[in-house]
Each structure stands twice: as C-alpha cells, then as structure tokens.
Write a protein that binds this ligand. Structure first.
Ligand code: NAD
Length: 341
C-alpha cells in the first residue's frame, strides 16, 4: 500500500515513518522541513522513503496520484504556535488540510487519516469521550474541530476518512520536542535538579507515547474501511490520564538527582480527562508504552549526549527565533515570516 504522509519529518513523523517502512508500506513524505533537510533526506533515502520539501498549501497535486492513503500530520502543532499567528494557523491547519483532503479524494486516494488533538475538549469536570461536545479554547483546537468536520464528511464508498484525537505526546523522537509536558519536565529536571510544576498539581492531563501514536495510525490503516470511515477516535489510555503532581513525582524519581519540586504560577484548576474506550472496543487499540519508559529513554539520551537542548526542540521559541533572525531563504520567494508560519 502506498502511504503519503504530510508533515512526516516532524516529531511524530520521525517515529512513524520507519515503522510504516518496517511494515512494508511504500511511503512518500511532504514537509516544509526547516532544518537539516539534507540529513533527513539522506536518512529517508536509506530506508526507501521518498521525501519532498513542499508546503501542503502549494504542492503539485500530481504527487498524490497513485497513492492509496494519506496521513495528514502537517500543522503548526500546538496552542502557543497557533497563537503566534492565528491567521497562518488557520491557513495551514485548516485551509491547507482542506486542500489535502479534497485533492486526495479527487485523485482517487482511498483512505485519509487526519491528526487531531484531545485539546478540542478544552477543560472540563467530566471525562470527555467522542460524543462530548467540543470546547475548543484556542485557534489550534478550533482548526482541529473544523478540519475534522470538513474532511471526515468527504467519506463515501471510495474514500475512507478517520480523525484521530491524540493525547499530548511524550517520548523520544529524532526530531525532539521539549515543548510538550513530560519531555519538558524531564529536560528541566535533568538540567536543574528541580522538577517545575504549576500549582496545585491536582490537574489531570491525558498523555500518550509517540510510539503508541504511530501504532494507532498503523492500526487504522489496517482496519476494514467500514470500521473506521467517517469516525473519530481518541488516542491514549485511561491509565495515562495523569495528575501533574504524580507525573512530577515519576520524573523526580527517575532523574534521581532531582530532589525538589519547584512550584510556579497561580493554582491552575483547569483539568481534563479523556475516555479511550472507543478505540479499545472498536479497534482493539491498547497503548504499550509507559510514562516511566518514556522518561527513562529521554534521560539516557540526554546523559549520553545523543539528545541536546537545542533551540529547534522548543517549537514556538524556535519559530520566534527564525523570524527574529530574518534568516531569509529565497527558495519560495517570500519572506521568512511567511515561510515559517
Ligand atoms: N505532539 C503532540 O503532542 C500532538 C498531540 C495532538 C495532536 N498532534 C498533531 O499531530 C501532528 C504532528 O505533530 P508533531 O508533534 O509531529 O508536530 P511537529 O511540529 O513536530 O511536526 C509538524 C510537521 O509539519 C510540518 N509543516 C508545518 N506546516 C507545514 C506546511 N504548511 N506544509 C508542509 N509541512 C508543514 C513541519 O515542518 C513539521 O515537520 C500535528 O497535526 C499536531 O497538531 C500532536
């Protein structure tokens, strides 16, 4: 099966692509790819993955001809990145993905999976499942809801569409992100010996390892079309709805040298928990990775020096730096702000 992945050199993509290749898929990636293009291209060439440095808003639709499935990951990938420029967020995360979905259908692709987020539920007292009315609190979350609505609606006998609402990811990827909670906490504890935690620590958040996110995509690609078409699934695990204080203690214990919790902020009473029963019951999807194993892996790579705290691992800060430095690339003929966002 030929699979076309947008945003496939990002944090999730760098874990997903080798897994797809190992499973025998023929993989093509398009990504704007700000950094290390030659290195990633070489690495993808070596495993037999075709990589095109393209923007989802402008790439030649013919790249989709002959593909069997699209996994649509490309996006400005979190709330703060979205807030940096809400208009561009809308342009990429909504309009760009509308384009990908429609072109895929038109060109005869049979399956389409869009990456969405559990952040569409906003903060709430109860446990959210796929029937819960969304409460998107940011441009990023709003764009996810709208793209689910528009692209899932394209489903018909010949075009299978699925939305996956991922919990907040954690774990190691070759394109590391230290701007997401567990990864950030681990890095800070490693560097400062302190685990930073927003008061009062009783807030719940749902988490999922990046390997399990990739497994969920493989799962959906392998399902009978009727089981997944037009449907949304939360991706995570009931046992990974975690209180932030418990999370801080896990990190503290694993780091060993971190013996203090450093509290900050006013008490944050915003909590959210999510149910993952639907993916379990309908897709038999179960996570296999634990927070402990994710933290351990990051720590071991930090200790060995394989993983470093470089600017590009902090998504928003990195975007801001690129804009400030006006490192203008003329490849697309427009300025760096347009190129980045
Ligand atoms: N990581 C998480 O915790 C998480 C949680 C829920 C949902 N998601 C969703 O999963 C997807 C992937 O997330 P990630 O963590 O890998 O993010 P990431 O930022 O590491 O990767 C996104 C990739 O998309 C690319 N991209 C951005 N705009 C593009 C454009 N216009 N054209 C082509 N490529 C473009 C970027 O270059 C990047 O490689 C995103 O849609 C994100 O919203 C991620």
């Amino acid at each position: 099966m030929k699979v076309f992945v947008t945003g496939g050199t990002g944090y999730i993509g760098r874990v997903l692509i080798p897994m797809l290749i190992d499973e025998g898929y023929d993989v093509t990636v398009v990504d704007r790819q700000f950094l290390n293009y030659d290195d990633v291209k070489k690495e993808y060439d070596e495993i037999g993955c075709k990589l095109f440095r393209e923007d989802i808003r402008y790439f030649d639709p013919n790249l989709l001809a002959g593909q069997d499935a699209v996994v649509d990951l490309a996006a400005l990938s979190n709330d703060p990145s979205g807030d940096l420029d809400p208009v561009k967020t809308w342009d990429i995360n909504y309009l760009g993905r509308v384009r990908v979905g429609r072109m895929a259908k038109k060109l005869g692709v049979q399956r389409y999976i869009v990456a969405s987020s559990c952040s569409v539920y906003g903060f709430r007292e109860d446990i959210a499942d796929e029937t819960t009315k969304p409460n998107p609190l940011t441009t990023y979350a709003q764009a996810n809801i709208e793209i689910e609505n528009d692209n899932l609606r394209l489903a018909d006998r010949n075009f299978t569409t699925t939305g996956l609402r991922f919990s907040t990811a954690f774990g190691y990827s070759k394109k590391m992100r230290f701007d997401i909670a567990i990864n950030a906490m681990t890095l800070n504890a490693f560097k400062s010996g302190k685990v930073k935690l927003m008061r009062d620590g009783n807030q719940y958040r749902p988490f999922v390892h990046v390997i399990d996110i990739s497994r969920s995509i493989l799962n959906v690609l392998g399902q009978e079309k009727e089981k997944v078409s037009g449907k949304i699934f939360n991706i995570g695990s009931d046992s990974l709805n975690v209180k932030l204080l418990d999370l801080a203690n896990i990190v503290k214990n694993k780091v060993g040298s971190a013996n203090e919790i450093e509290w900050y902020g006013d008490p944050d009473i915003r909590s959210y928990r999510v149910s993952f029963k639907k993916a379990f019951e309908q897709l038999n999807f179960k996570t296999i990775m634990t927070i402990e194993s994710g933290v351990e892996e990051i720590l071991s790579k930090l200790r060995s020096g394989e993983l470093q705290d470089v600017p590009q691992t902090h998504t928003v800060e990195f975007y801001k730096k690129l804009i400030e430095s006006e490192m203008n690339s003329l490849r697309y003929g427009y300025n760096i702000v347009s190129r980045i966002l």
